[in-house]
Design a protein around this ligand. Structure first.
Ligand code: ATP
Ligand code: MG
Length: 284
């Protein structure tokens, strides 16, 4: 299935509404969205805006009450969830809860065992996946002894070994320190390039979202905005109104503007802001 931009659509929500119980209010209301193969999309929104529910609908942990979620041309339903989970891996906030093996190797192999991957093939994939997340040499370590960032990388290796088309990260960097966060985002970026993976990151952090190609903002269960991170930051005035905080670089840019300095575009990262300031300085 192709969209109007000519891209191959991997995930789509078609008029999707969802309630957990019939007596509960709708937590997602008439959602329409498309994610292309190879794209990195972030989903942002205030607490309770429906981000994790949207993720659950993608891998069949929840099934749409109305409308349809389609992953790689298959509607997500009880019948298709196993097939879909091969294509769509998920990494969650707390890596502790994701470990099943007593060693790193066992843990990474677990998903492959469930898929019935042959022993020799398993060994090849185990090696490749650990290399991809830069955790080679940790095979015999106990997962609980690793740092938060390393644990998340092992969780990713377990998913990579299953050779999915798309990985969804639900607040996967939340428990990490700034260095661990940056490192995980770099890993995601590398994997995406090397393996042509489709990436969905769910986050509160607009600085993190600024690394993605496109941002979808949820507000009270509805799509409030869709566009590039830069376009979102240009509309920074709406952010507090929908429970989001502008990144520090955006705040800083506002302060600089108040001093009469004009920068040609909304900066996404410090480096862009600094480069622009240098240009202004050199022009003087
Ligand atoms: N298992 C459940 N049963 C009933 N209601 C639920 C369940 N899980 C979530 N909800 C409700 O659905 C709404 C959306 O929750 P969801 O977890 O999707 O939001 P979120 O955007 O991921 O929030 P957060 O930023 O806190 O992770 C919230 O009102 C929440 O209370
Ligand atoms: Mg959530």
């Amino acid at each position: 299935m192709n969209n109007s931009r000519g891209g191959n659509i991997l995930i789509s929500f078609q008029d999707v509404s969802f309630q957990y119980k019939e007596s509960d209010p709708y937590v997602l209301k008439n959602i329409n969205l498309e994610i292309e193969q190879g794209e990195w999309v972030s989903i942002v929104g205030h607490n309770g805006s429906g981000k994790s529910t949207a993720a659950k609908l993608m891998n069949g942990l929840a099934i749409a009450t109305e409308g349809e979620v389609v992953v790689d041309e298959r509607a997500v339903s009880e019948e298709t969830i196993y097939e879909i989970r091969r294509k769509l891996g998920m990494v969650f906030q707390n890596p502790e809860n994701q470990f099943v093996g007593t060693t790193v190797a066992d843990d990474v192999a677990f998903g492959m065992e469930n898929l019935g991957v042959e022993r020799s093939e398993m060994e090849v994939r185990l090696k490749q996946s650990l290399e991809a997340v830069r955790m080679k040499g940790y095979e015999d370590q106990e997962p609980h002894r690793l740092s938060g960032g390393q644990k998340q990388r092992i969780a990713i290796a377990g998913i990579l070994a299953m050779q999915p088309e798309v990985i969804v990260f639900d607040e996967a960097t939340t428990m990490l320190d700034p260095r661990g966060k940056k490192d995980l985002l770099d890993t995601i970026q590398e994997l995406r390039k090397e393996r042509n993976l489709t990436i969905v990151t769910i986050t509160h952090d607009l600085n993190e979202a600024s690394y993605s190609d496109r941002v979808i903002v949820l507000n009270q269960g509805e799509v409030h905005f869709e566009g590039t991170p830069r376009k979102l930051l240009e509309q920074h005035e709406m952010l507090p109104l929908i429970g989001l905080e502008a990144p520090f670089v955006t705040e800083l840019h506002q302060q600089i503007k108040k001093h009469g300095l004009t920068i040609t575009h909304e900066p996404l990262h410090y480096k862009e802001l600094v480069d622009e300031l240098w240009k202004l300085h050199l022009k003087k």
